[in-house]
Design a protein around this ligand. Structure first.
Ligand SMILES: Cc1cc2nc3c(=O)[nH]c(=O)nc-3n(C[C@H](O)[C@H](O)[C@H](O)COP(=O)(O)OP(=O)(O)OC[C@H]3O[C@@H](n4cnc5c(N)ncnc54)[C@H](O)[C@@H]3O)c2cc1C
Length: 291
C-alpha cells in the first residue's frame, strides 16, 4: 500500500511552499480521476509519494473561465463540464468545449479538471490539442512568483513537464482567434464511452473575404511524444478553398511528419490512414463540410 500525508492547500502560497518542501515526493490532487486511480493501482511512479496536496479548497482562486478583448483565461480547477457549458468557450474556442465533452463519462467530466488533464503530462489528453492549436500559454506559480510559457513547451518528454520545484499550473491564457475563424475536433477512441483517445486532432481555420484559407492551425494528439502543431500541413492550406482533396492532402502531410519524427513502427500501417482520416475530419468539421 502507498501511504502518504494528506495536506489541504490553504492558499496559492501555501500550495507552493508544500510543493517546494516535498519536491518530487508531493503530488497535487485536483479532481482525482487520474491520480487516485494510479495510487489505488500502486503505480510505480508514486512509490515514493510522501504528500498528496488537495487543491480543491482553492476553487475561488482557481476555478473560472473569463475573457478580455484579447484572451480567454481558464483556471486549472475548471472541470471538463465547466468548459463544455461555458458560453465564452462556445464563442471563442468551440473545439475546446467539444473536446472536453468527449472526455470519459459525465462523472469523469464533472470531477476531472483541465489542470489535471495537462498536469498528467499524458499525450492522449483530449483538451490538449485544442489548447496547443490555439497557441495557449500556461502560467506557472511558485514561491519565486509567476512565469508564463507556451503550453507546448511545458512538455519536456514522455510523461514529463518542465515544472520547477514548487511550481504548479496557475492559469491558461488562450489568445482569441482572428475574426472569421472556425474550429473542429475529432477523436478516435476504443469505444464510444469512457474512451481515452487513441488519436485525436484539433483544427482551426480562418477564412478571407473570398472564402480562401488565410490562417490554419492543426494539432494532432497522441502521435508525438510532446504535443505540437504541424506547420507543414498548415502551410498547404493557405490561399486555398476547402475541399475534400485538400484536407486529405493535409492529413497526408501530418502522417508524413509523424513518420519523420517517430520512424516506422509496427503500428504505422494502422496509424497512417487513421491519422489522415482524423485530420481530415477535424478540418472538415471546422469548415462545416458533411463527412
Ligand atoms: C474512466 C476514465 C476515463 C477517462 N477518459 C478520458 C478521456 O476520454 N479523455 C481524456 O482526455 N482523459 C480521460 N481520462 C483522464 C482524466 O479524467 C483526465 O485527464 C482529467 O482531466 C484529470 O483531471 P483531474 O482533475 O481528475 O486530475 P487529477 O487526477 O487530480 O490529477 C492528475 C495529474 O495532474 C496533476 N495536477 C493536477 N492539477 C495540477 C495543477 N494545477 N498543476 C500541476 N499539476 C496538476 C496531479 O498532480 C496529477 O499528477 C479518463 C479517466 C478515467 C478514470
Amino acid at each position: 500500500m502507498i501511504t502518504y500525508e494528506y495536506r489541504r492547500a490553504e492558499s496559492l502560497e501555501d500550495a507552493a511552499s508544500v510543493l517546494e518542501k516535498y519536491g518530487d515526493t508531493a503530488r497535487i490532487v485536483a479532481g482525482g480521476t487520474d491520480i487516485m486511480v494510479q495510487i489505488h493501482e500502486k503505480d510505480k511512479r508514486w512509490e515514493n509519494l510522501k504528500c498528496l496536496l488537495d487543491m480543491t479548497y482553492l476553487e475561488n482562486e482557481l476555478r473560472y473561465i473569463s475573457e478580455d478583448s484579447e484572451n480567454v483565461y481558464i483556471g486549472p480547477l475548471s472541470t471538463h463540464t465547466d468548459l463544455e457549458n461555458s458560453e465564452i468557450i462556445k464563442k471563442y474556442l468551440p473545439f475546446l468545449g467539444e473536446a472536453s465533452s468527449t472526455v470519459g463519462s459525465p462523472q469523469i467530466r464533472n470531477r476531472g479538471t483541465i489542470g489535471g488533464s495537462i498536469g498528467n503530462a499524458f499525450p492522449a489528453s483530449d483538451p490538449l490539442p485544442a489548447l496547443v492549436a490555439a497557441d495557449a500559454v500556461v502560467v506557472l506559480y511558485g514561491l519565486c512568483g509567476k512565469r508564463s510559457i507556451l503550453l507546448k513547451d511545458l512538455y519536456e518528454g514522455k510523461g514529463k513537464l518542465a515544472l520547477r520545484r514548487g511550481e504548479f499550473i496557475r492559469e491558461f491564457i488562450v489568445p482569441k482567434f482572428p475574426e472569421g475563424t472556425v474550429t473542429g475536433f475529432s477523436k478516435l477512441g476504443r469505444r464510444k464511452a469512457l474512451a481515452i483517445s487513441r488519436l485525436n486532432c484539433a483544427a482551426a481555420l480562418t477564412f478571407g473575404e473570398k472564402g480562401e484559407i488565410t490562417r490554419a492551425r492543426i494539432c494532432p494528439g497522441c502521435i508525438f511524444i510532446v504535443p505540437d502543431r504541424v506547420e507543414k500541413a498548415e502551410k498547404l492550406l493557405i490561399g486555398e478553398k476547402p475541399s475534400e482533396k485538400l484536407f486529405y492532402e493535409a492529413g497526408r502531410a501530418v502522417s508524413d511528419v509523424m513518420i519523420e519524427r517517430t520512424g516506422v513502427r509496427w503500428s504505422t500501417e494502422y496509424k497512417k490512414p487513421a491519422v489522415e482520416e482524423i485530420v481530415f475530419r477535424a478540418l472538415a468539421a471546422a469548415a462545416g463540410m458533411e463527412v
